[in-house]
Ligand binder design. Structure first.
Ligand code: NGS
Length: 278
């Protein structure tokens, strides 16, 4: 009968995969205003527990966006206000994980990504992990936040502060994307880089040593705006740690990760974790 046919067609519609290229993508306006939490939460009232699914189709990938974090609350508000509409337009199923390192030791970006990877997988069978700095905003949402099963992906082709030029050919910082298999195949990030610099170069080496290469977004879609912050002082030991990369690869990473989870809270617009290095 008519009603069951309508129900049947609605069900098939819901199950249909989202299009390869979502409609309505393009160049974006960047709003650098730090709106109040109340304003942003109201604007995205459909989002719950830091997680969202497209309404009318089945997302092609389940993506965890992981953001290492400390003391940048204003930037986090700008970031979430900018990113949620993009991820929704791209019709992804996604969760945003903000992994904060507690006070004390120097900031360790790689360690925080490893924690985010493990903790996201406790929530869902994510297929793709976007490793993202909080101070970078994509300028064009043709830059899809999905992973390529062939190779790890580098999404940051150019950043405004460098006139949109690649800093150096092996640059792998800013925003990158890996499938679960790729991340596990390189044993994740090293946990040994405390302070600024080098952990992304070490990650690049792991990719190459694992006989993969980096797939880059080279056109205008890979442009990013950076939010101002003071340039951090570089970790003086980073070059020494980098040198021992090959021998450390399977002794330092996901398989040796130790952390103390102080809290994990499912906020409306993101999942907030606070961790200690142990
Ligand atoms: C390199 C760093 C990378 C860093 C890149 C860009 O020199 O970790 O600069 O930095 N490598 C070493 O220090 C060994 S940025 O301009 O984004 O602050 O990602």
């Amino acid at each position: 009968n008519d009603t069951s046919n309508v129900m049947k067609s609605l069900t098939t519609q819901r199950k249909r995969k989202c299009p390869l290229v979502s409609p309505g993508l393009g160049q974006l306006k960047i709003d650098k205003v730090t709106h109040s939490w109340e304003t942003i939460e109201k604007k995205f009232s459909k989002i719950k527990d830091g997680h969202h699914c497209p309404e009318n189709c089945k997302a092609r990938q389940k993506v965890a966006i992981i953001i290492p974090f400390r003391d940048r609350e204003n930037q986090l508000r700008v970031f979430l206000n900018h990113m949620h509409p993009i991820l929704m337009r791209q019709q992804l199923e996604y969760g945003i994980y903000v992994v904060e390192q507690s006070k004390g030791l120097e900031f360790n970006r790689g360690f925080l990504f490893n924690v985010g990877f493990k903790e996201a997988l406790k929530d869902s069978d994510y297929e793709c992990f976007i490793l993202h700095d909080v101070d970078l905003l994509p300028e064009n949402d043709y830059n899809t936040y999905t992973c390529s099963t062939d190779h790890p992906k580098h999404l940051t082709a150019g950043i405004d502060k460098w006139n949109y030029k690649m800093l150096y050919t092996s640059y792998f910082g800013g925003v990158s994307g890996m499938t679960r298999e790729q991340y596990e195949a390189i044993n994740g990030f090293s946990n040994s880089f405390f302070g600024w610099g080098g952990e992304d170069d070490d990650l690049y080496n792991r990719v190459i040593w694992s006989k993969m290469s980096v797939y880059r977004i080279i056109n205008d879609a890979g442009k990013y705006t950076s939010l101002q912050h003071k340039q951090a002082v570089g970790n003086s030991k980073r070059f020494e740690v980098l040198k021992t990369g090959k021998e450390r690869m399977w002794k330092d990473g996901l398989n040796t990760l130790k952390y103390n989870l102080l809290q994990k809270t499912y906020k409306q617009l993101y999942i907030h974790l606070t961790v200690n290095v142990t």
